[in-house]
Design a protein around this ligand. Structure first.
Ligand SMILES: O=C(O)CCC(=O)C(=O)O
Ligand SMILES: [Fe+2]
Length: 426
């Protein structure tokens, strides 16, 4: 990140004040298509898409050199089953059944990749149908689970998506990640959802095509049913029933995007979407959070806690550890609670503080951990300080037992604020 972009981004967040970042209002009528890698910088992406929280599609030229595009795909543009079998046949992968609804998702099972490929071939031979249903290989953590040593060759992380704190955090802990492979025949699809923790996602079609239906943040409200639940399938005829969907007349049409083979799509924070594979498709998708959507994640976590508190409110007065139990329930429903969110902020903050303090002392020797550069690190501490200030001021965070936290949240906030001031001159 250059200094001018950092100042631009800082002004953007100052201008927002306490409002949650993101675009509101009806969907734009089309998505921006970015043709040429040489003519599109990281700063262009930050200013044009990350800050305004708008989707875009990058041409296949951006993924031209990827090993997966060469090796996983036949000359006819189809998945190279033989190559994939030889490479990953024994790996156990998660598979969802698109034909069966379980709440607003699909039931998942695990099977060897080999068995999934057998199913896929059968499904093609059956004219896109199988007695086993419509199976979709989803959320395969190829990087995390892989014993293969040539990972870099599969894909190269595009610079636009390289400020990725979620994966940076998990890489430090070395237990998990949010890097996935999706693979499925024509007809497989993902039900209506917004991404985990209101993260961004990016997705590249290694082969095949996808149709995306997008709704900007807030537009999903008109799609809620009479119980306040979001639909499983936004294209369902059920939505025309105004007794079931009382606000449907206020809904606007989704932004429809066709993503071709090799193309890369940016999914902004909090945009609900539904996705169809139009052909036999393999994609690589990552979820990511950084300084630009950190406040969205924090806002989402506050909403999740509120929802839990609402659900169990009748026990508030009779249960001594009620607030603690709400955090435990939140952890099991959302995957994270306030304590873990603090831990996430702490891990990233300490890494940024380390490099910035070295630089501020005049030590220019070690560029380790700088990633997108000094200006990006300075921007990051500013966003961390803003969000941590809001966390520390939150009543429910004040109820969390932080006695074993090191550093103490107020102390970390102080360190961040001191560094923000010192980094202004950088
Ligand atoms: O490709 C799919 O089926 C879903 C992908 C998705 O939801 C995402 O990348 O956020
Ligand atoms: Fe998604």
């Amino acid at each position: 990140m250059d200094r001018e972009t950092r100042l631009f981004a800082e002004r953007h967040y100052r201008g927002l004040g306490d409002r949650v970042p993101g675009c509101s209002g009806p969907a734009p009528s089309s998505v921006t298509f970015i043709q040429a890698p040489d003519a599109f910088s990281y700063a262009d992406f930050v200013k044009g898409f990350l800050l305004p929280n708008l989707p875009c599609v990058f041409s296949s030229a951006f993924t031209e050199g990827w090993g997966s595009r060469r090796r996983w795909v036949t000359s006819a543009g189809k998945p190279d089953f033989e190559y994939l079998l030889q490479k990953y046949g024994d790996v156990v992968v998660p598979v969802a059944n698109c034909g069966v609804r379980e709440y607003n998702s699909n039931p998942k099972e695990h099977m060897p990749f080999r068995d999934y490929i057998d199913y896929w071939k059968e499904y093609i031979q059956g004219g896109c149908s199988s007695p086993r249903g419509c199976l979709y290989l989803k959320d395969w953590h190829l990087c995390r689970d892989s014993l293969v040593d040539d990972l870099e060759d599969i894909f190269t992380l595009p610079v636009y998506f390289s400020s990725d704190w979620l994966n940076e955090f998990w890489d430090v802990l070395n237990v998990d990640d949010y890097r996935f492979v999706y693979a499925g025949p024509r007809g497989t699809w993902s039900p209506f959802h917004a991404d985990i923790f209101r993260s961004y996602s990016w997705s590249v079609n290694i082969c095949g095509r996808k149709k995306w239906l997008f709704f900007p943040p807030g537009q999903e409200e008109a799609l809620r049913d009479c119980h306040g639940n979001l639909p499983y399938d936004v294209t369902s005829a059920e939505l025309l029933d105004t007794r079931l969907y009382p606000r449907i007349q206020h809904s606007s049409l989704p932004l429809e995007v066709i993503q071709e083979a090799g193309e890369m799509i940016f999914v902004p924070s909090g945009w609900h979407h539904q996705v169809y594979n139009l052909d036999d498709t393999i994609s690589i998708n990552h979820n990511w959070v950084n300084g630009c959507n950190l406040a969205n994640m924090w806002h989402f976590l506050q909403q999740e806690l509120q929802a839990v508190q609402q659900e169990v409110r009748e026990w508030k007065d009779s249960m001594p550890d009620w607030h603690h139990h709400c955090q435990v329930i939140m952890k099991s429903c959302t995957g994270i609670n306030f304590e873990e969110f603090y831990h996430f902020l702490k891990v990233i903050a300490e890494k940024r503080l380390l490099v910035l303090r070295q630089r501020l002392k005049g030590d220019t020797g070690d560029s380790m951990g700088l990633g997108l550069g000094l200006q990006q690190a300075a921007f990051d501490v500013g966003r961390l300080a803003d969000v941590l200030a809001s966390v520390v001021a939150h009543l429910d965070f004040q109820r969390v037992d932080t006695s074993s936290f090191s550093p103490q949240p107020e102390e970390l906030l102080q360190q961040l604020e001191t560094t923000v001031t010192a980094a202004e001159a950088l």
